[in-house]
Design a protein around this ligand. Structure first.
Ligand code: SAM
Ligand code: SF4
Ligand code: SF4
Length: 372
């Protein structure tokens, strides 16, 4: 018999299968972690591959032609994903975001969207089903995604200037194609569209005002994201972070802003509106203003590992339970136990951590693998 070859990628991140409790209680939809936070939001990474090489996420020097992405057999199938999602929904998840890598690279994604959109909360409501994309394939896929039951999309766009945009995506991808994708999504009814711009001081902060000017007065909600120290390959430095307070100050000086109340608990963005009534923007201050206090988000990696925090060192291998023959009740018991033991709050602790654990020192999970 030949030697069994275990793909290297499977060892990429530490993850043990969670324990299945011997006493199984049915999910109540009211899970709570050690800090009293419920589980409401599940982000599912459907692929670890991407056609962009944004330097803050998948720098080309690391993610080159030698990099081993996960083999197809490691990925959760749509059936496995839907089954797991159903268990999370029974535990109280109301919102599912598909992400990646670039989620639109996953073949037949519309089929997964259709399967997930059939799920209902315990109260019988449909899920808030959304997707984050770099927009490169959106013009082609927006209508099919809408028809399959997707509600909204979030598009990432870091610059309007074509030269800066091509440099940032490092795949020479033109900004015009992403703008067409946004228009197609609007036409298909996938709005109101949120637009994420990661701001890197000295790289694209000169694009803050042009982006604001372009999208003011449209239904698109532009959100400025602080460049984060996710993963261990982007060479993060604090001096490249432009604090949201400075973004707000620049926008206020140019156009006039006033704060808005949060729409719902656990929201990552602080909302502001233009004083002249031409819409709203958001800022996501993951570095300068921690929002772990009401973080209700869980993340499922492309190969079915559950991460309780974007900055986690280890996951919980749900694929092992799925493929090991666990029942839904057993899966629910294991997930419930993991969440009830959660105490993660990395962003709150960042500034007080020893240097080797803060910034880009730790062996943390990469963004393209668990999504944003
Ligand atoms: N490929 C899709 C996209 O770019 O929208 C989905 C996956 S991407 C990992 C999800 C979000 O994470 C994007 O909006 C991206 O800009 C953001 N992101 C990635 N690396 C980041 C970093 N170091 N700091 C802040 N945001 C980051
Ligand atoms: Fe790809 Fe999105 Fe990461 Fe950019 S941020 S490299 S588009 S996964
Ligand atoms: Fe949630 Fe972790 Fe981010 Fe805090 S650092 S908001 S716990 S994902």
């Amino acid at each position: 018999m030949g030697e069994k070859i275990i793909p290297l990628a499977d060892h990429r991140y530490l993850a043990a299968a969670p324990r299945v409790p011997s006493l199984l209680e049915p999910p109540t939809g009211r899970l709570s972690d050690r800090r009293g936070r419920p589980l409401r939001d599940l982000r599912i990474s459907v692929t670890d591959r991407c056609n962009f090489r944004c330097s803050y996420c998948m720098p080309k020097e690391v993610f080159d032609k030698h990099y081993q992405f996960l083999p197809h057999s490691s990925l959760l199938s749509f059936e496995e994903l839907t089954r797991l999602a159903g268990v999370f929904v029974a535990h109280g998840v109301e919102k599912i975001r598909l992400t990646g890598g670039e989620p639109l690279l996953r073949k037949d994604l519309e089929r997964l969207v259709a399967m997930l959109s059939a799920l209902r909360t315990p109260a019988g409501r449909p899920l808030d089903l959304t997707l984050t994309t770099n927009g490169s394939l959106l013009a082609r896929k927006a209508q099919a995604l809408k028809d399959a039951g997707l509600r909204r999309v979030t598009v990432s766009l870091d610059a309007l200037d074509d030269t800066i945009f091509r440099r940032m995506n490092d795949a020479d991808f033109p900004v015009a194609d992403v703008l067409h994708g946004i228009e197609a999504a609007e036409r298909a009814g996938l709005g109101p569209i949120k637009l994420n711009m990661v701001v890197k001081r000295g790289t694209n902060d000169q694009e803050i005002l042009p982006m604001a000017r372009h999208f003011r007065g449209t239904p698109v909600v532009l959100r400025f994201i602080e460049y984060m120290d996710v993963g261990a390959s982007n060479g993060w430095r604090m001096d490249e972070v432009l604090p949201s307070a400075e973004v707000v100050a620049r926008l206020d000086a140019a156009f006039g802003l006033e704060p808005l109340a949060p729409a719902q608990a656990g929201e990552t963005a602080q909302r502001w509106r233009w004083r002249d009534g031409s819409g709203e923007i958001g800022v996501i201050s993951s570095v300068t203003q921690a929002f772990c206090g009401d973080c209700n988000r869980a993340r499922l990696s492309t190969e079915g590992k559950l991460f309780l925090c974007l900055f986690a060192h280890r996951g919980h291998d749900l694929r092992a339970l799925l493929r090991g023959g666990c029942s839904d009740a057993q899966l629910a018991g294991a997930i419930g136990q993991v969440w009830s033991e959660r105490s993660d709050r990395y962003s709150e602790l960042r500034s007080s951590l020893p240097a080797e654990q803060a910034g880009h020192g730790g062996p943390r999970v990469e963004m393209h693998y668990i999504g944003g």
